[in-house]
Every structure is written in structure tokens, then in C-alpha cells.
Design a protein around this ligand. Sequence first.
Ligand code: ACO
Length: 327
Amino acid sequence: MGIQFLATGSYLPGDVVTNEDLAQFLDTSDEWITTRTGIKTRHIAKGETTSDLAVEAARAALSGSGLDPEQIGLVICATVSPDISVPMIAAKVKRALGIENAAAFDLNANCSSFVYTTTTAYSLMQTCGYEYALVVGADTNSQIVDWTDRATCVLFGDGAGAAVLAKTDAPGILATHLDCIIDREDALHCANKLHKTPFFDPDTVETLRERPDKIQMKGSKVMKFAIRAFTESAKIVTQKAGVQIADIKAIVPHQANFRILTSAAKSLGVPLERFCVNIDRVANTSAGSVPTALDEAVRSGVIQRGDLVLLAAFGGGLSSGAVLLEW
Ligand code: ACO
């Protein structure tokens, strides 16, 4: 018995924002963004929320699976930028799609979320008997970036991806690995706003008043961690599964910076062509990053049944992880 990806789906909100559009209000240029990151455009939501994006990506994956909504036993949604916390986004997805008989919860491992979600679903399917699970990663990073900080806001976009996992006779998922090292230098940080209550005013405490509620990032520190964590995760899952990295047909990475991908490809000794890349068009969509790239690779025929596929991600925390599977 294996746990296999049955279908994928994704959703990007309608408005495409180019580097030139950003240069209208930021001291930046298409040349700087393209050469430093590989990003040309990103989708930015106008009125659509993270949970709206999650519903549409989940709808596409469920439709592709050919399953009835009642067959799904587990729904897990991952996000860094939830628009709702009660109910959780997974409950909104259940309700929108008429998934009556499923356990549901949200999960946040920042940009590593989709490998965490997939690993969690994989484990619960093995231990709790679920036949089918729906996993979703969605983010509206446009809500949590500081649009005056040119070093971070140009990197992010909005988007969502999803997948239906199924118990099958095929091998499916072969190995998983999750990690999180302590971020002692606050390389990636974003706090939720604290509200005044009848008992306490956060504005009376300087450290609370000045807590940044938009993403703050020490880019070069994150980049060094990302390359190391990506490479290590890939090596660990291939060792666990007893396969060679050279045999992997497609690597679906977290899309944070094209330079991270070229460095990771070099240190793994894998041709860059094996990497499924959409960062040029969608930028970093956090929890949506791996599943949108995966959906694109599946729909375009780059990934075929029987292929060895690696999903690998890293992000705030500092979290990282990988999933190795036979598609
Ligand atoms: N346009 C023009 N100039 C800029 C911009 C911009 N958008 N942003 C920064 N610069 C300037 C800086 O001010 C600096 O100028 P200075 O030399 O006069 O001080 C110069 O460009 C170089 O800046 P660096 O930060 O050294 O540039 P670097 O080559 O490191 O690239 C970047 C910065 C793109 C942020 C890179 O460090 C990176 O991608 N890091 C990893 C990001 C990442 O992986 N994030 C994951 C997030 S996952 C999650 O969980 C949220």
C-alpha cells in the first residue's frame, strides 16, 4: 500500500503586476529584480482572500481527481497569511466544496508548508485510515509585505495550489524529511498586530508597540540557509529511499529566488533543467509555491506517472523539508 498524488490544482488571482509596475512607486528596476531574483511578474489579489484562493485551488484538484466530495476524509490547509482563523481555512474549503465527512485543520510551517502538509497527510493516512486527503497551500503575501521595503516586497506574490492524495497499490511517497533550525538572528520575521483590551494597551510597551507586522527579512542570511537546507533535505530523502539523486526526473522546489535554485542544482550535481520553475511568472507565493509549480509541471506533461519526483522547500522558522515520491 502506498500514498500517491491523484490530482493537482492551482489558482492565481487575476492581476499580473510586472517589475516595471513596481518601479512606478519603488526605487527599483526590472533589471535589478530580474538579475538578482529571476522574477519578472507576480499575481496580486484585489479583494480575493487567502481562503478564497485556497477554495479555488482545492476545487481544481478535487475536480481533477474525479472523486466525490464525500470521499475525502482529511483536509489540511497551509498558509502564512490567513484571512480567517475561526473557522480555519480548511473548514471553509470543506463547506465551499461540500466535503461532508472529513477531519480538517490548518497548518503553518511558513514557506516549507506544503512539504509539512503532505508529510502530515501521509502520516495520518497511514495511521488513521483515511483513503483520500486534500492538501492545500495558499497565500496572499501582498497583505503581509511592507510595500515600502524594496528588498522584500518585490520577491513575493499571491497564489494557491492543492493536491488530492490517495491510498493506492503504487509506491507513491517513498520518503519524507522535516526540519526546523532555530532562527537566532531573526532572519525572517512577521508578527500579528496586538489589539488593545479593557485590561491592557500594547502601545504602552515599546517592544509591543514597535513589533513589525509586515515581513522583515535578512535576505543574504536566508539565502545561505536556503541553499544548505535544500541540498541537505534532498540528500536525506534520497538516502532514506535508497535512490540516486541523478535518477530524479523532476525537482519541484520552493520558488524563492532563481539564484538559490541554480546554486542548489550545482551543489546537488543535477541539471537545472530538471527543476520545475515558475518563479519568473509568479514570484514567491509561500505555501502556494511548491503546489502551484507542481500543478504546472503535471498539467504540461513534464511529470508523468512512474517518474521520480522531489518536492523540497525552506522558509521562516527556519524550517525546511522534502518529499520524495514516485508520481
Ligand atoms: N531594487 C534595487 N535595489 C535593491 C532592491 C531592489 N528591489 N533591493 C535591494 N536593493 C539594493 C540594496 O539596498 C543593496 O544596495 P547597497 O549595496 O547600496 O546597500 C543592493 O541592492 C544589494 O542588496 P543585497 O541585499 O546584498 O542583494 P542580494 O544580492 O543579497 O539580493 C535578495 C537580495 C534578492 C533579497 C536575496 O538576498 C534573496 O533572495 N534572499 C533569499 C530570500 C528568500 O529565500 N526568502 C525566502 C522567504 S521564505 C519565507 O518563509 C517567507
